[in-house]
Design a protein. Sequence first.
Length: 324
Amino acid sequence: MSNILVYALHHEGAFNKNSLGAVAEASRLAGELGGEAHAVVVGAGIADDLAATLGSYGATKVYKADGPEGLSGPVIDVMGKLFDGGDYQYAVFGGGLLGFEIGAGLAARIDAGVTMEVTAVNVVDGQLAAERPILGDSSISTSRYKGKGIIIARLNAFEVKETGGSAASVEQVSYEASTQSQQANIVTRGEQRGADVDIEGASILVAGGRGLGKAEGFQLAEDLAKAFGGNAAVAATRAVVDAGWYPYAAQIGQTGKTVAPKLYLAAGISGAIQHKVGMQSSENIVAINKDANAPIFEFSDLGIVGDLNKILPKLTEAVKARKG
Ligand SMILES: Cc1cc2nc3c(=O)[nH]c(=O)nc-3n(C[C@H](O)[C@H](O)[C@H](O)COP(=O)(O)OP(=O)(O)OC[C@H]3O[C@@H](n4cnc5c(N)ncnc54)[C@H](O)[C@@H]3O)c2cc1C
């Protein structure tokens, strides 16, 4: 019962980074519990070689099941069946919407406790204890489980760590699709603008908020990032991604990504606590805001009070001139 089951999302020959973090964390925790981490992969025609690479992140066994990729129902069916076998007490997910859906569905299926938005997990008295920030990240709540426990991380909360483990053994698993899991189909998979940009790896981020006024306003941020060159990228607040001005992949904050670039330039961002938690570790924070009382100035290294529509183009020109 000290083994942990972990879900790994896969798309076009690669595992999702968030899932690799979950596999590494499950492996660390299972090791402390005296067990092993076993991964579950559901998709169409997944190669055994690819599944076995999860061994590098600490999974000793990978259960492979055929099914539509990206839907929660089939994964719940597979993981539910594995739990019924009695070898598992815990399941770990890397976060993201699919992780939340599967984790919640699986909790209902196997009658387990569930904790979402987890940022750290510890082994206490031979049991897992999951920590989750609450009250706008000002406090931590710790969950322990009377029986089975499902732990769903905050997006990218678990570090992707290669353990140097050997290839995992791969086992094909069959399952009976439940009625509810046959209700949904993936019709198309959308690509988001900027989804391929490595926000977490960027050394300069030009972040835009509602102060950019509209989706087209992001052109100002993109122009500046382009002028910086290198691996500079554009990031965004939740307010603007919710408004459809920029892709979710670029969202920084409590429900988005956590970043720590050399320079974080915040344009038209008020500095809400939920945004701050995702970028406060940046080496240098520069904020442009027309409101001198905006909270972002309280944690900026340099604050510029003024209209970003005038300042950003000038800054872009200055960076271009400096770079020659
Ligand atoms: C549970 C929960 C989770 C959340 N998670 C996140 C998260 O992950 N990330 C996140 O970002 N938010 C998150 N939020 C939302 C957060 O509380 C704020 O609403 C959001 O960050 C505000 O975004 P903003 O700064 O773009 O907009 P606003 O707060 O509206 O700020 C816009 C700023 O632009 C300035 N401005 C306007 N025009 C100009 C101009 N011409 N020139 C210069 N400045 C100008 C204004 O003075 C203002 O300060 C979350 C909220 C909740 C409740």
